[in-house]
Design a protein around this ligand. Sequence first.
Ligand code: UGB
Length: 598
Amino acid sequence: QSNLGILSPDQIELAKILLENGQSHLFLHWSEPGVCDNEKLGFFDQIARLNSSYPGGLAAYIKTAKELLADSELGKNPYDGFSPSVPSGENLTFGDENFIEMEKRGVVEARKAAFVLVAGGLGERLGYNGIKVALPRETTTGTCFLQHYIESILALQEASHKVASDGNQTDIPFIIMTSDDTHSRTQNLLELNSYFGMKSTQVHLLKQEKVACLDDNDARLALDSNNKYKIQTKPHGHGDVHSLLYSSGLLDKWLDAGLKWVLFFQDTNGLLFNAIPASLGVSATKQYHVNSLAVPRKAKEAIGGITKLTHADGRAMVINVEYNQLDPLLRTSGFPDGDVNCETGYSPFPGNINQLILELGSYKEELQKTGGAIKEFVNPKYKDSTKTSFKSSTRLECMMQDYPKTLPPTARVGFTVMDIWLAYAPVKNNPEDAAKVPKGNPYHSATSGEMAIYRANSRILQKAGVKVEEPVKQVLNGQEVEVWSRITWKPKWGLIFSDIKTKVSGNCDISQRSTMAITGRNVFIDNLSLDGALIVDSIDDAEVKLGGSIKNNGWTMETVDYKDTSVPEEIRIRGFRFNKVEQLEKKFAQPGKFSLED
Ligand code: UGB
């Protein structure tokens, strides 16, 4: 009691919350008043932050922690009583009539969308020293992920405004969730690059706070080993995005502005925007409240499966079940073989890629009930089988894809499956771990992420009628990858397949050793035969025809070892760099019609 003499009424309130929730150990070592007062004030500042940034405050956090830790100690299965079945959703095939229709519908809807990037994670598995959104998506142009995302949103916005029949020309809001680990570097990247062409007022950063660590099964908060007036904290997970959006007031603003959709995505999927227009079209056509983007998944592959869970008591939900839980759940629910491939050669449970499209009205309604809180989990590492103590402190975590867990059974929750080559190539694993990935499973490395861009662009052009030569196999940083022609373009050049088709005509071919980078908008590939490197940059008012036979020594790929620290980190983690031996480089900075001879 005497230690509280220096405290304000607010601080006394916070102390009460702690004492009433089994946290008296936090004060046991306090020195007498007058000693370490600054540290004590710091302690209460931190407690105030932890209390205000969690829906329901610290009391709710500790209560949930006690419940989840007790369940974990008992080894309780969160899916007890639920039976799994295959949910219904939409399967899209790139380039067919339905896909093209869905893309067009998606473009119409895009001006009613807000985009939310979760980028608070440091990417420990990748081990990169910078923020992940600053990494080049590909090194032919060096465009970073954040720039590509912004340019894709701007291209969608422009295309959508063009087809808008109601004259609504609202700018698409772009929200980035950051954390203490990424906030200032994300802000700097945006400011240094003039927001990559987006209005700064269109972009909002929302910073997530960490949560308190827990020392034992009684959910006693863990003190920092170096500072006994400080609580240890760790990230709470990407699920924080929902409570942050809710408390930001943005949802009301968006509803007032006539917006209808909120799209969530992860930091390093360079293919995502190939999938966005069509899946937004699916959301609109099927009037989905929740649409999860998914890819075909091999049984037992290490990505979560989208599953319908029906409880004996009538509850039902369509949700991501992590791969390590899906197989045992199936085995105990009348499927003795567990997670197995069906006649398609894939598991009937599509793979979650954690890109979500939510319908704004129902989303806002749901968050009003929950305050944005998402069902959490705890994953303590116990010292031994008695499960009485932990190897190190733990904390509650939450995932953004668990949002549907609290929805009523009437909610329309579906998914959209697309080819992996088109939609999903995240950069998550460091070269060493990627090289150990079992053969046939995706590497999810900087190498595979970049190669996936070239593969997707080559295949899209193939489908549009260009003869792009087949790839060669190469081992880079210990990973065997397909190396396709290095073809890149800006989102405004080719946002949807029907646009791309209008930009390709005649007999065109591109050899495997070629590089082609298109930075302009009105660039048309017409009877082009390319064997080498072609780099074209043009202003929007220049109409440029790429035709004729172009042959030069091109850009070669030199292998680089990821351990070679003389090479910049963002390059060496790919296992190669380009040697720009020779290229045809053309810049068209004046309005008018041009060809490569000009
Ligand atoms: N992120 C945050 O913004 N804040 C955080 O506190 C943590 C992360 P990871 P994870 O694509 O295969 C997800 O670490 O969580 C951001 C799905 O849960 O890359 O291990 C972070 O910046 C899983 O179901 O992935 O796994 C990044 O943008 C599966 O779909 C994003 O959250 C898996 O991705 C994801 O963080 C996958």
